[in-house]
Design a protein around this ligand. Structure first.
Ligand SMILES: NC(=O)c1ccc[n+]([C@@H]2O[C@H](COP(=O)([O-])OP(=O)(O)OC[C@H]3O[C@@H](n4cnc5c(N)ncnc54)[C@H](O)[C@@H]3O)[C@@H](O)[C@H]2O)c1
Ligand SMILES: *[C@@H]1O[C@H](CO)[C@@H](O)[C@H](O)[C@H]1NC(C)=O
Ligand SMILES: [Fe+2]
Length: 499
């Protein structure tokens, strides 16, 4: 029932009619009027005419409830990126070029001792730029550690920030920047709703240059900052384009010193960023469409530009992560992983992530006491990358019916020959490919059980996932109705107990 193609130049009226026919018959779900099934099956010409009249009224006259309108546009935002071995030493000149006079350097106690910090600090000194160093970032920050960092930055009143470290450092620096520009704001004002107020950031922030030392979060390109909100037993954060670093300096020399365990878990974060953004609901299925572009979320759903970054990052990660983890001398693999992390950052920074990330926030927030081997920290830790990967085999089995072709393309990226795979098997095949990849990578807990979770913990993991609206709204095949949604999440956690 497709409207006939128009071959002669149609009059305005015919054009309108054809447009309406197209709307009505080829894409019923994109028309909000059609959520009422009685508007669908018109068999008689008369009814069709009535229906067209109805459309003219609905589309041209009566305003449609904006809270039910689907999105029609997407917007790309990413930091400037400079990539190259040795580029860290340029950072002093960058601040000089920006006109910065007083820089707050942010790092953690491990990274403070590395060559990356030495290069950055020497660069600032060479240019005669005044700076101070905050090196107390907590690995996997929590609200209290973020507040401590903000309390350090406020009285120093820097005119720019430099973050040298992994996602923990870069995210902390973003929030130091935010709350020094809004010194009177309440801490929860900008935190994602419903845990916080989710207010938009209405002013530009100060320049932030980010020098990542892990190949993971892509935080150097995104407006996202994540921390553990202890009182709510779940991770959450602030997500707004204004938090994006001004510049990300990706210097593959800086990631060489990562312990193998950090290579692995930060790389698994890249894997999930690319898989989740590639399979997120399409941007034009997201509801509601914002009435003002300032309210268009950064996490918009899969879109044609993000797709390019996400799929490319997925292919690179499958190829280079195992090499980077196994061989500390494999500089090519390490460079390619740093690039993949940034590519995935651009992909998910605009398309968003969904279930692995949404479910990971209570997993790391409710850690029963697990401490991942190879992490030089003095507290229990389920590294972010481990917490997202642990549910991946279950998650992509669940989401595959939403778009079997994309899930098959992902399986193909893992090296599966998909030429004879049925579309109905896409989920099973991708799930197996992911599990096999994780097992071969080595030293990965094979499920929530290995992290110390019991079946009796699932209820509270589900409760901790529900508030992650910002990412759950991008999860394909997840019910909107709350009791059905909880049941689906419960099953996903159950299936993730062991893989
Ligand atoms: N902003 C975002 O968009 C985003 C995305 C994903 C994750 N995150 C967050 O980022 C955090 C995780 O960041 P991460 O995975 O980059 O790791 P990280 O910053 O937590 O660092 C992990 C460990 O590696 C050490 N380390 C870092 N670089 C090193 C190097 N080159 N050599 C030796 N040791 C090094 C650190 O000191 C730390 O002990 C989590 O809190 C996570 O929630 C943020
Ligand atoms: C998953 O979503 C797709 C498209 O949104 C739909 O066609 C399919 O029926 C859903 N499958 C399940 C099992 O919910
Ligand atoms: Fe992540």
């Amino acid at each position: 029932m497709v409207a006939p193609a128009v071959r002669v130049a149609p009059s305005a009226a015919t054009r309108a009619l054809n447009l309406l026919r197209t709307v009505q018959f080829t894409h019923p779900p994109s028309c909000p009027c059609h959520s009422n099934p009685s508007h669908h099956h018109h068999h008689q010409q008369q009814q069709q005419t009535l229906s067209l009249a109805h459309h003219v009224r609905r589309h041209l006259a009566t305003p449609v409830d904006p809270s039910r309108e689907k999105e029609y546009a997407f917007e790309m935002a990413a930091s400037s990126i400079r990539f190259g071995p040795g580029a860290t030493k340029e950072v002093g000149m960058d601040f000089k070029n920006l006109g910065a006079k007083r820089v707050c350097v942010v790092t953690d106690a491990n990274v403070a001792k590395l060559d990356a910090m030495k290069q950055a600090v020497e660069g600032l000194s060479r240019e005669g730029i005044e700076f101070t160093v905050f090196d107390k970032v907590r690995v996997e920050p929590k609200d209290s550690s973020i507040k401590e960092a903000i309390a350090f930055a406020k009285p120093y009143n820097p005119d720019a920030f430099l973050a040298v470290g992994g996602g923990s450092v870069i995210d902390t620096a973003k929030l130091m920047n935010l709350y020094t520009v809004f010194p009177d704001a309440d801490f929860l004002d900008f935190v994602n709703a419903p845990l916080g107020k989710g207010l938009p950031v209405t002013k530009p922030l100060k320049p932030l240059v980010a020098v990542p030392t892990t190949a993971g979060t892509g935080s150097e390109t995104t407006g996202t900052a994540i921390f553990d909100l202890v009182a709510k037993k779940a991770k959450t954060g602030v997500a707004h384009r204004n938090l994006k670093p001004t510049l990300g300096i990706c210097d593959p020399i800086n990631t060489r010193t990562m312990p193998s365990a950090v290579h692995a878990s930060s790389g698994l974060d890249v894997l999930c960023h690319s898989l989740e953004s590639w399979t997120a609901i399409p941007f034009n299925e997201r509801v509601p469409r914002p009435t003002n572009p300032i309210n268009r979320p950064a996490y918009q759903g899969a879109n044609p530009i993000s797709d390019i970054f996400s799929l490319n990052a997925l292919r690179s990660t499958v190829k280079y992560l195992p090499r980077a983890v196994k061989d500390p001398e494999d500089f090519e693999a390490q460079s390619q992983m740093l690039l993949a992390a940034t590519l995935a950052g651009v992909g998910f920074g605009n398309a968003g992530v969904h279930l692995c990330h949404g479910m990971s926030y209570p997993i790391s927030g409710q850690n029963p006491g697990y401490k991942h081997a190879g992490y030089a920290v003095d507290h229990p830790i389920i590294p972010h990358g481990v917490s997202v990967a642990v549910t991946a085999p279950a998650v992509f089995r669940f989401t595959a019916p939403s778009n079997p072709d994309r899930h098959l393309a992902a399986a193909e990226a893992f090296g599966v020959d998909i030429s004879n795979v049925k579309r109905e098997s896409a989920g099973e095949v991708l799930s197996e490919a992911i599990a096999e990849f994780l097992i071969k990578l080595g030293d990965q807990p094979r499920g929530l059980k290995a992290l110390g979770f019991k079946s009796s913990d699932i209820d509270s993991l589900v409760e901790g996932t529900i508030p992650q609206k910002r990412v759950l709204m991008l999860a394909p095949n997840l019910s909107e109705e709350i009791s059905a949604e909880k049941e689906e999440l419960r099953k996903l956690f159950e299936q993730s107990m062991e893989y």
